[in-house]
Design a protein around this ligand. Structure first.
Ligand code: ZN
Length: 366
């Protein structure tokens, strides 16, 4: 049974209007380009007032899976991937046999409408319910958090800014620590392996916590404003998967490819079908994958852009390898930012806001 049978994105979305290039599978405008930002006319800024989910309840018991697209508004591979699978379900080419799956093609409809990463702020940070919401993403979180809690497993579909191959992000190994206690590492790794990418990345929240601690020590020149104050909040690193784990579930973030790469939609669609098969929601056997031959990297540091004059020494792509001492960028005063060890540059963002993450540093899992 489905609450909405149409595979189309929410009415009023840029795609449904037929005017936008953001959602064209082969369009190039899914890439973030500040020059394309729409103006802030009231009609554009009028905020969406609902989330649109599509839920299928199998008639036999099974796990409850939630699939998210466009948590970041300019990352539309999940929107198109879920639309494609919905079309299969609606036309009987695929059937939910057991358990529950909920698809949410556009998780941040304001950011999606604006064709940018964020609406008022980054939805995938500081995720928690608020009694008194302060911005659009707080209002989304008040609906999204209970939705996460009502499911057991999360597949969160994203894309990235610069070029490179798809990868999948997992949480910590099983532990009883205070930051992110966890006991579902084994099924989570199985899920990560079955989504397909060669590269698996771990250590997200721990890395954030380190950055937050550094900001709290006043190492960064902070400007006023809520988005800035959030980067000193201990909950800053909590996004969809972290929230899911904090409620006893598990999940992965799949980075399907570059924003504008049409292949990212195929990666998203494949991962959805694999996950449905792995969890037994469909009768299709998933392709088998093992950890053998996969690259497992651990994020170890987040480096902030401290000044608008901070610049990379070259156009880095995620997972470009660097050796200890290699200069990754230069601060505005000319001082070098060098790799402290052999490792990899991850999520480089040459246009990062001052006071937020410029790039991450990862090393092979020990
Ligand atoms: Zn994203």
């Amino acid at each position: 049974m489905t609450s909405q049978t149409s595979p189309n994105p929410p009415a009023g979305s840029a795609q449904a209007s037929g005017k936008s290039g953001v959602s064209g599978v082969s369009g190039a405008s899914g890439a973030f380009d500040p020059s394309e930002k729409p103006d802030c006319a009231a009609s554009v800024r009028q905020q969406p007032s609902f989330l649109r989910t599509h839920t299928f309840h199998g008639l036999a018991p099974g796990p409850r899976l939630l699939i998210l697209g466009a948590v970041h508004g300019n990352e539309t591979c999940g929107t198109h991937g879920t639309a494609s699978v919905l079309d299969d379900l609606d036309h009987g080419r695929l059937s939910i046999e057991r358990g529950t799956v909920t698809l949410l093609p556009v998780t941040n409809p304001l950011a999606y409408r604006l064709k940018q990463r964020t609406g008022d702020r980054n939805l995938n940070r500081n995720m928690q319910p608020s009694a008194i919401p302060q911005d659009f993403e707080d209002r989304v979180s008040n609906v999204l958090c209970p939705l996460l809690e009502a499911h057991d497993v999360l597949l969160d579909l994203h894309s990235f800014h610069t070029g490179g191959a798809p990868f999948v992000m997992i949480g910590p190994q099983d532990n009883t620590g205070k930051l992110e206690p966890f006991s579902r590492a084994a099924p989570e790794m199985q899920l990560a392996l079955h989504t397909g990418p060669f590269r698996i990345v771990e250590g997200w929240l721990e890395t954030y916590a380190r950055g937050v601690a550094r900001r709290a020590q006043g190492a960064q020149p902070l400007t006023a404003g809520r988005s800035q104050s959030l980067v000193t909040n201990p909950n800053y690193g909590v996004g969809t998967t972290e929230y899911m784990r904090s409620r006893g579930g598990y999940g992965v973030t799949l980075e399907c490819g570059q924003h504008a790469d049409p292949a990212a939609v195929d990666v998203a669609r494949y991962a959805i079908l694999q996950t449905l098969g792995l969890l037994g929601l469909t009768s299709q056997q998933p392709d088998a994958f093992s950890a053998e031959g996969r690259q497992i990297l651990r994020l170890v540091d987040a480096v902030d852009r401290e000044h608008a004059g901070d610049a990379f020494t070259r156009e880095w792509r995620s997972f470009d390898a660097v050796s200890a001492g290699d200069v990754i960028g230069t601060r505005h005063d000319g001082s070098p930012v060098a790799a402290q060890a052999d490792g990899f540059v991850v999520f480089p963002n040459p246009r990062a806001d001052v006071g937020s993450e410029w790039f991450y540093f990862a090393q092979r899992r020990a």
